[in-house]
Design a protein around this ligand. Structure first.
Ligand code: FAQ
Length: 312
């Protein structure tokens, strides 16, 4: 057996690959691509909700939202760290985000224009993220799988806080309920796009499934998400904006309408409603944080110099 065959057999036995293990270049490359895009999504994902921290309707809502946005920063940190174990530097990963070379989730290129969007993002966006990420706790690369465990616990709190915001609005005035419905109307289809292109159009699914990086295909996860979410929308008394959504007794799943794939590709190619604004905001935060990185680096260099003097 050559190295490649041994690797494939090892993966097929459901074993975890660790940073120092031999791995094919293509496996390393696809992991760097997926994990870094995931990390970028977490960090860019702070922006739409960060926008509402100062306008939360009460101190309690503000502290919950603040904690959620901070959690997303933490997820970015775990994921960048997991990615670095594959031999890339964080500086390079971030440079690729700023230059537009690396993607991040399409969903964060849509604006959050009402308070109800804080509920919808938690409910639908974190809900979709959990559906995709719980299986990643069993992904074949050890550091990614372990990072996902804590991420999923936190995303589950995020999803519930979002649902709770919507529940309060739906049990409130007519105006509040209308605000919740308007929000769902805008976010439903982009949330379905989070799962990526249809299986037949996906470039990486087949290989990533063989390598057990992905444990379900894009279409399988999208269907699971719809099946889970429709009864929750009914509980809220909200209408999902899809006239073709219908329970299919034979399949045991909901049928749903056609996703606007033209819009999806438009957004992932950098032309969505907020792509430019999001990258500009990240670039600005990075530039303004330069002094923190420099200070931290100077401190660690000083500590290293002190410990080598003591050792001598
Ligand atoms: N947006 O061949 P596939 C979150 C790209 S975290 C943008 O199917 P793959 C937490 C894809 O990269 C959300 N690009 O690719 C939160 C590829 O392009 P490339 C992020 C997309 O990798 C909540 C091309 O299309 N989650 O929300 C998208 O096998 C609230 C072909 O696609 C993750 O990253 C998209 N939606 O499957 C934070 C989870 N879909 O790279 C704040 C981990 C596809 O060749 C607030 N990632 N593309 O240039 C994954 O599971 C996978 O990477 C998929 C895509 C399923 C996203």
């Amino acid at each position: 057996m050559n190295m490649n065959e041994r690797f494939e057999a090892y993966i097929a036995s459901d074993a975890k690959i660790e940073p120092k293990d031999w791995m094919p270049d293509a496996y390393r490359k696809t992991l760097i691509r997926q994990i870094s895009q995931h990390a970028h999504s977490e960090v860019v994902g702070m922006l739409p909700e960060g926008n509402w921290v100062t306008r939360a309707p009460s101190l309690l809502r503000k502290s919950i939202l603040l904690a959620k946005v901070q959690d997303e920063a933490g997820h970015g940190l775990y994921l960048y760290s997991a990615c670095e174990t594959l031999g890339v530097s964080r500086d390079d990963l971030i440079a690729d985000l700023h230059s537009g070379k690396a993607k991040y989730s399409s969903i964060f290129n849509y604006p959050a224009t009402s308070w109800a969007d804080m509920g919808t993002i938690g409910w639908l966006v974190d809900g979709a993220a959990i559906m995709n990420q719980v299986p990643l706790c069993k992904t074949s690369y050890g550091p990614y799988a372990r990072a996902m465990v804590r991420v999923c616990k936190e995303e589950s709190f995020h999803q519930r806080q979002g649902f709770q915001i919507l529940l309060a609005l739906c049990n409130g005035t007519e105006e509040q309920k209308a605000m919740a419905q308007e929000s769902i109307n805008r976010w439903w289809w982009p949330a379905l796009m989070m799962f990526g292109p249809r299986d037949e159009d996906s470039q990486h699914t087949e290989e990533s499934m063989r390598w057990r990086i992905k444990r379900f295909t894009n279409d399988e996860l999208r269907q699971k998400f719809i099946d889970m979410t429709v009864p929750q929308a009914e509980l809220l008394g909200l209408t999902i904006p899809d006239p073709d959504l219908k329970w299919n007794e034979e399949r045991g799943h909901y049928d749903f309408g056609e996703i606007n794939w033209e819009e999806f590709y438009h957004v992932i190619r950098g032309n969505g409603p907020c792509n430019k604004e999001r990258i500009a905001a990240r670039q600005q935060a990075h530039d303004e944080g330069a002094w923190v990185r420099e200070a931290a680096l100077a401190h660690s260099k000083k500590r290293a110099a002190q410990s080598s003097t003591h050792a001598a």
